[in-house]
Every structure is written in structure tokens, then in C-alpha cells.
Write a protein that binds this ligand. Structure first.
Ligand code: HEM
Length: 207
């Protein structure tokens, strides 16, 4: 079997999300053996779940770009069918992240923290991702209608500035770390937009 066929089979395989979930769990637990030496183990868990959520989010966000730039014959189109599940996996780790935060502070502290910019921004991100997660099913597409559903899921683009601000707003982190994560993604979106507009113009000239 040639390599293209193998890649195509892996991309279509129903095991891919399972492999991704296992990889995500191993990624978030990679320093777990050192937790007893950590000054603040809860913070480690908060970061671990937050970072795993973001990397799954990024993997999902890059799939359309990978499909755009990769040769059609490579058979990667099968990746498309996993986007919903990868999105839900990312949301699972967001919920674990937020739950860790909610359980790690007394209620008064949580109430006081609500006004902190990176918490407010995190909450707006959580609300958007919850709305997208709840409507990530065929029943919602039918109920909302394809056009409305697509418009609703365009809120995903808002997650880029929201997550960038959430991670870089934190006092301990300089924005450059978040820029390294998000700048390539924004570039990939701009390239996709360029091709979208180019093809749209081409088809409007054709008709
Ligand atoms: C209600 C919503 C949220 C709350 C309350 C929240 C809370 C927090 C807190 C307290 C921190 C650590 C700050 C510190 O260092 O002291 C943090 C960091 C982080 N959060 Fe959130 N968060 C929320 C939503 C999100 C979402 C939706 C994502 C991603 C999809 C996310 C990803 C992250 C990441 C990646 C970090 C930084 C980890 C690092 O610097 O390594 N958070 N969040």
C-alpha cells in the first residue's frame, strides 16, 4: 500500500480522535509525577487543562488550512469528519480547566476575581465555546437551518483574540508567548480568506 493510501486511511480512521484524546491526556499529565514537589499543584492542573484545551483548539483550527495547502491526492480530506469530535474534546478540557478553577478558590475569592480582565475574557470564551458545543449536532443544524448554524459557528473566529487576551492578560506571562501560538494561526486564516475571495471572484466572473 503506498504512503498516500496509508495517510488517507489514517485521516479517515475512527481511531484518530481516540489517539488524539489519549495524546491530550498524556500531554496534560506529563509533569504529574512532579506534582508533590510543586508549590501550587492546583495551578499546574489549571495550566495543564488550559493548555491541552488550546492545543486541541489549534489542531482543529488548522485542519481547513492543511486541507487547502496539501495536495488533493494525499487523501487528507478524511480529517474533515473529525472536526466536530476534536472540537468537543477541546471543550472537555476547557470544562476541566474551568472546573479546576472553580474548585480551587473559595467563593468570595471567585466573586472578587470576576472583575479581573483575564477571568472576564476567559468567561466570555467559555460562554462562546459552550454555545458552539451545545449546537455541534445535526439536530441543531436542522433546527437553526444550515445558514444560521454556519453564522453562529463563525463566533469561533472571535475565540482567537479572546484566547490571545486570556493567556497574555495574565500578569505572569508576556504577550510574546501567546503571539508565538496565535500569529501563525491568524496567518493561516488570512491565506484561507485570500483563496476564498479569489475563488469567489473567479466563480462570479464565470457566471
Ligand atoms: C470561565 C472561564 C475561564 C476561567 C475562569 C479561567 C481561569 C484561568 C486561570 C485562573 C488561569 C491561570 C492564571 C494564573 O496563572 O494564575 C488561566 C490560564 C489559562 N487558561 Fe483559562 N480560564 C477560563 C477559560 C479558558 C478557556 C476557554 C481556555 C481555552 C480554550 C483557557 C485556557 C487557558 C490557558 C491556556 C491558560 C494559561 C496557561 C499557561 O500560561 O500556561 N481558559 N485560566
Amino acid at each position: 500500500m503506498n504512503s498516500k493510501k496509508i495517510i488517507g486511511k489514517i485521516a479517515k480512521s475512527n481511531y484518530l480522535p481516540v489517539i488524539l484524546l489519549v495524546a491530550a491526556i498524556l500531554f496534560s499529565l506529563r509533569f504529574f509525577d512532579q506534582i508533590s514537589f510543586m508549590a501550587n499543584p492546583v495551578e499546574y492542573i489549571l495550566f495543564a487543562f488550559g493548555n491541552t484545551a488550546i492545543y486541541l483548539f489549534l489542531i482543529n483550527a488548522y485542519i481547513p488550512f492543511v486541507l487547502l495547502i496539501s495536495p488533493k491526492g494525499l487523501g487528507l480530506a478524511g480529517l474533515k469528519k473529525h472536526r466536530r469530535l476534536i472540537g468537543m474534546l477541546s471543550y472537555l478540557f476547557v470544562v476541566l480547566h474551568v472546573a479546576t478553577y472553580m474548585l480551587s478558590e473559595p467563593w468570595e475569592e471567585l466573586a472578587n476575581n470576576i472583575v479581573r480582565p483575564f477571568i472576564l475574557i476567559g468567561m466570555s470564551g467559555f460562554l462562546i465555546l459552550s454555545m458552539l458545543a451545545v449546537t455541534s449536532n445535526n439536530k441543531s443544524i436542522k433546527k437553526l437551518g444550515k445558514k444560521n448554524w454556519k453564522n453562529l459557528h463563525r463566533f469561533l473566529y472571535l475565540m482567537i483574540p479572546i484566547l490571545f487576551l486570556h493567556i497574555s492578560a495574565k500578569d505572569k506571562n508576556n504577550p510574546s508567548a501567546s503571539l508565538i501560538i496565535f500569529a501563525p494561526l491568524v496567518l493561516s486564516y488570512l491565506i484561507r480568506l485570500f483563496y476564498f475571495l479569489k475563488n469567489r471572484n473567479k466563480s462570479s466572473y464565470a457566471t
